[in-house]
Design a protein around this ligand. Structure first.
Ligand code: ATP
Ligand code: MG
Length: 180
């Protein structure tokens, strides 16, 4: 399983539809300051369901929609599609390629799709829950996160490791069951 492509349209600085093809292995995004490198990473977090404006480096959720430039009018919606190669069947779905789409309008509502069929964010979270990809997983490690990990208390650091090993969700389930 690997990320195959990312298409952004009306998301932050990407006014026109732009597709990045991702090959297996390491992908580097290079470019001058302010050219949109971090916006690419924000797009991945957003399509996976990120709900926090701050995590997306904005003040409010609407800030992800292309706000216009001197020569180009603002847009009414943002759309991102992340396509995952599922050739090895790592995702529990009968498709060798899985596309996840999120669309948001200025009214604030988001729509989600799996392979073009509308779904709930919960469906996407469930589909990805055992894959190591997800909004709350550490697939995106920002500069601050790296610092947090290095300076974490031992028990917090254990949570990072448990999450990477896939045990954290079982611990959470157990704690929830005990509380009931
Ligand atoms: P650096 O090398 O400094 O980290 P970067 O390549 O990561 O730069 P980004 O932070 O991805 O750059 O992009 C910042 C640019 O995105 C800014 O020019 C900002 O105006 C633009 N931008 C952010 N949100 C929007 C939006 N909603 N509409 C239009 N442009 C936006
Ligand atoms: Mg940046």
């Amino acid at each position: 399983m690997h990320l195959k492509s990312l298409t952004v349209k009306g998301f932050k600085s990407f006014a026109s539809a732009t597709t990045l093809r991702l090959e297996p292995g390491i992908t580097c995004v290079v470019g001058p300051n302010g050219s949109g490198k971090s916006n690419v990473v924000d797009a991945i977090a957003w399509v996976l369901g990120e709900q926090g404006a701050k995590a997306l480096r904005g003040g409010k959720m609407e800030d992800v929609i292309f706000a216009g430039t001197a020569g180009r009018a603002p847009l009414g919606r943002a759309e991102v599609t992340l396509t995952i190669d599922n050739g090895d069947g790592a995702l529990p779905i009968d498709y060798t390629e899985v596309s996840i789409t999120r669309r948001m309008f200025r009214s604030g509502e988001s729509e989600y799709e799996i392979n073009g069929s509308s779904c709930r964010l919960l469906d996407i979270q469930e589909l990805l829950s055992d894959s190591g990809i997800g909004r709350e997983m550490h697939i995106i490690v920002g500069q601050g996160r790296l610092d947090a990990m290095l300076h974490a208390k031992p028990e917090d650091r254990r949570a990072f490791i448990e999450e990477a090993a896939g045990v954290l969700k079982h611990r959470k389930r157990k704690e929830k069951a005990i509380r009931k």
